[in-house]
Design a protein around this ligand. Structure first.
Ligand code: FES
Ligand SMILES: [Fe+2]
Length: 425
């Protein structure tokens, strides 16, 4: 399998054009301390404070007044995202204007009215301060100026992004660069049935992303779960079908094993696969497809491979989404410390039409969960021994091109952040 790769492009994270680190792109070698050092983590904390971060989906808050709360712990921030009466999605820092209490303690709700748990100051869905109990005692409070602190917020194809830099001027479209021109009207909405999972992982957030960015590990680490669905006689090491570097971001087309056969030893799996398309492999021909599928969209499976499994997009810094025949899914990896991250995944299926269907969806989720547990448990082992200092570098191969490109973009971004910090001193 050849591994054609597109040319490198410059990218802009709001501080001017940068190029992915050329040594990393050339050799695949990355200084191992990027996963362990406090200095690198500090640079990343700065970067998370000024780039666009994917944080939620517009479909989570379909109606006026619907809201969700998401934490960005690396910035000690909690973000309230709410759909206003005018249907515009806005984001605010989740902190009260009276004495700095966390305003909303739940993670989702509706109604668009927020009463602080401490002394019951009341805010509305536009962030305006509407009511102060015993207001006469606050002669100096400017009510107009005491609304919630806004966070820059924008959406792309139903995905909500925020940018914590109030002074920043880069638009979401500019940040997305070449990705923004693609995937117009992709039928994300055809898969409205969702399931969410998440957990804390004792590993650097970049290690967690890397595990979702290459299929080289599938034969070894996933030999008990999904290996046979992906690894084929033609393409045993699951080389990507297609790779593109898209500014600060990147994409892969991932193959499936066209000869995957249901095993008589795995009756539950066989029953499940006969009743719905699965996430990991692709078409079992079991289910009616929606009119518009990912496979029929011109930007997806761009080389029109007949062994296509899914397309994955890996957006800098922390967001991945995959589109397959059976649905789509996303991951967000939130840095917490150099050796800790919070991982969340959201799966999107077609709405199950029957109990058989429902069972198949649950089976697919369980299989995904088992596979991801294999990844996440491995990451903890990796982080633990990386801290020993015994190895100086990690080395990416050509089939790990997305990891390599992410490392090269991260390196350039971290150096740029470091240079800006030194210049400011
Ligand atoms: S801190 Fe919110 S009402 Fe007092
Ligand atoms: Fe994996």
């Amino acid at each position: 399998m050849g591994m054609e790769q597109s040319a490198l492009q410059s990218f802009d994270l709001g501080s001017g054009p940068l190029m992915p680190d050329s040594f990393i792109m050339e050799t695949g070698q990355v200084d191992l301390t990027v996963y362990t050092s406090k200095e690198r983590f500090d640079a990343e904390r700065e970067i998370f404070g000024r780039v666009w971060l994917n944080i939620a989906e517009a479909s989570e808050i379909p109606n006026a007044g619907d809201w969700v709360v998401r934490d960005v712990k690396v910035r000690s921030s909690s973000i309230l995202i709410v759909r206003g009466k005018d249907m515009v999605i806005r984001a605010f820092h989740n902190i009260c204007s009276h004495r700095g209490m966390k305003l909303v303690w739940d993670d989702k709700g509706r109604g668009g009215k927020f009463s602080c748990p401490y002394h019951a100051w009341m805010f509305d869905s536009a962030g305006d301060l509407r009511h102060i109990p015993d207001e006469g005692c606050f002669p100096h409070v400017d009510k107009q100026a005491s609304g919630l602190t806004p966070v820059r917020c924008d959406t792309w194809e139903g995905m909500i992004f925020v940018n914590l830099d109030a002074q920043g001027t880069q638009t979401l479209a500019d940040f997305l660069g070449p990705v923004a021109q693609r995937l117009k009207d992709v039928p994300f909405g055809s898969y409205p049935y969702t399931a969410r999972v998440g957990s804390m992982i004792d590993a650097n957030w970049k290690l967690a992303i890397e595990a979702q960015c290459e299929a080289y590990h599938v034969r070894a680490l996933h030999s008990r779960t999904v290996s046979k669905m992906l690894s084929s006689a033609e393409n045993p090491y699951v080389h990507p079908l297609h790779t593109e570097f898209l500014g600060a971001h990147r994409m892969n087309s991932v193959p499936r094993n066209p000869d995957f056969a249901l095993s008589p030893e795995k009756l539950v799996q066989a029953f499940s696969f006969m009743n719905a398309q699965q996430m990991v492999i692709a078409d079992t021909g079991a289910q009616e497809k929606p009119e518009e599928t990912f496979a029929s969209h011109p930007d997806i499976n761009p080389i029109r491979s007949n062994v296509w499994g899914n397309d994955q997009y890996v957006l800098y810094p922390h967001f991945i989404f995959h589109m397959s025949l059976g649905g789509w899914w996303l991951h967000r990896f939130w840095p917490i410390a150099s050796d800790k991250c919070y991982w969340e995944a959201v799966y999107h299926f077609e709405r199950p039409q029957s109990l058989r269907n429902q069972f198949a969806v649950q089976y697919s989720l369980a299989l995904n969960r088992d596979t991801l547990m294999e990844d996440n448990l491995a990451l903890v082992q990796q982080q633990e021994v990386m801290e020993s200092g015994a190895k100086k570098i990690v080395q990416f191969g050509e089939q790990e091109a997305l990891c390599k490109h992410l490392a090269a973009v991260s390196e350039a971004a971290a150096n740029d952040a470091e240079a800006a910090r030194t210049a400011a001193q």
